[in-house]
Ligand binder design. Structure first.
Ligand SMILES: Cc1cc2nc3c(=O)[nH]c(=O)nc-3n(C[C@H](O)[C@H](O)[C@H](O)COP(=O)(O)OP(=O)(O)OC[C@H]3O[C@@H](n4cnc5c(N)ncnc54)[C@H](O)[C@@H]3O)c2cc1C
Length: 304
């Protein structure tokens, strides 16, 4: 039961955003910049944003050599270039807006480790560098000469370096977005899962976990920024979740002898150093079917 004042002040919005990940927060901020007087609310189901944005590997990347070559199998070359351009320009905008230090961005370069069966991709490296020239002006990929300096095993036959890749702390970046949203007067309610949206009336029904009841919000526009969970709110959507796993080791008592972001297997497997821990993730391609799920659990096959 809400008071007159609560109903008047807390339930009606120009825009209501569902989900407070990178996409939800950015959507709210950009809308607010265009319409500074608008009332904007973000509803987030977790006690803090609890999706991929704060669980990912923090690679500031746009595609490794084998990943881009793989993209050509299911996209036109114009689409591949546009995707790389958007990812790279997006990263530059983020860095410009928030600064490198607040998001812990480090331009440490990316490296792709190639086993024997992937060496053929090197034949196309110059071609891909020429293809990417409109975006980067200079060659992106080059062959690392002294692979031994990294200390990887003999299974690794070559290493491709990407001069434009970096790494960041994704939750620090999210906090910057959160701070910016706060500065703009955007309200964020956490622990408030949206259960249903009535597109005709603009009613958004969220669970009030405090009183275990439904609250009805009203909005002129609703932005659903719930990533893989979107099908719960829009059941007709043609969308399948692709869960991922990122693990970090304990603080190691020896020094990890390299820095940068590392990829294997078309970008499906990745690792980096975080402090002196090893972050290791991906491998969704070893169980595509098992990872088409919204369950927040560890896939033992992938962990192994
Ligand atoms: C394991 C893994 C590793 C990754 N590594 C990288 C990487 O290194 N570099 C990179 O660039 N990208 C990486 N990504 C991809 C990147 O993290 C995502 O593309 C990005 O975070 C998507 O942001 P989002 O806002 O769309 O989704 P999310 O961050 O998932 O945000 C969706 C939000 O909606 C909320 N929500 C869901 N349903 C509801 C509801 N009904 N009501 C209210 N709130 C709801 C969720 O709690 C969540 O906070 C990785 C992804 C995964 C899964």
């Amino acid at each position: 039961m809400f008071s007159y004042w609560e109903k008047k002040n807390f339930l009606k919005y120009d825009v209501l955003v569902v989900g407070a990940g990178f996409v939800g927060l950015s959507t709210a901020i950009h809308f607010s910049r265009k319409h500074p007087k608008s009332k904007i609310l973000i509803l987030e189901q977790g006690v803090f944003p609890s999706g991929a944005s704060t669980k990912n590997a923090g690679f500031a990347c746009f595609g490794s050599l084998t990943e881009l070559l793989d993209d050509f199998w299911h996209m036109t070359s114009e689409e591949v270039l546009e995707l790389v351009n958007k990812r790279y320009q997006g990263l530059q905008k983020i860095r410009k807006e928030f600064g490198d230090q607040p998001i812990a961005y480090r331009p440490n370069k990316g490296f792709e480790l190639l086993a024997e069966e992937q060496l053929t991709c090197l034949d196309r490296m110059d071609e891909i560098n020429r293809f990417l020239k409109p975006v980067f002006k200079k060659p992106v990929f080059s062959l690392v000469k002294k692979k031994k300096s990294f200390g990887f095993s003999e299974q690794i036959k070559a290493i491709v370096q990407n001069d434009y890749e970096g790494e960041l702390d994704p939750a620090q970046y999210l906090q910057e977005l959160w701070r910016e949203a706060g500065k703009r007067g955007i309200k964020i309610l956490t622990g408030t899962p949206v259960e249903r949206i009535d597109q005709e009336s603009g009613a958004v029904f969220a669970r009030n976990t405090f009183s275990d009841s439904l609250i009805e919000f009203q909005a002129n526009q609703v932005a659903i920024c719930t990533n893989a969970f979107s099908k719960k709110l829009l059941p007709d959507l043609d969308l399948e979740p692709g869960r991922g796993l990122v693990m970090t080791s304990k603080e190691l008592d020896f020094k990890i002898p390299w820095k940068g972001t590392f990829h294997l297997d078309k970008g499906y497997v990745y690792f980096r150093k975080v402090g002196n821990r090893l972050l290791l993730g991906g491998a969704r391609n070893s169980d595509f079917e098992g990872e088409k799920t919204l369950e927040a659990q560890v896939n033992p096959k992938i962990k192994a």
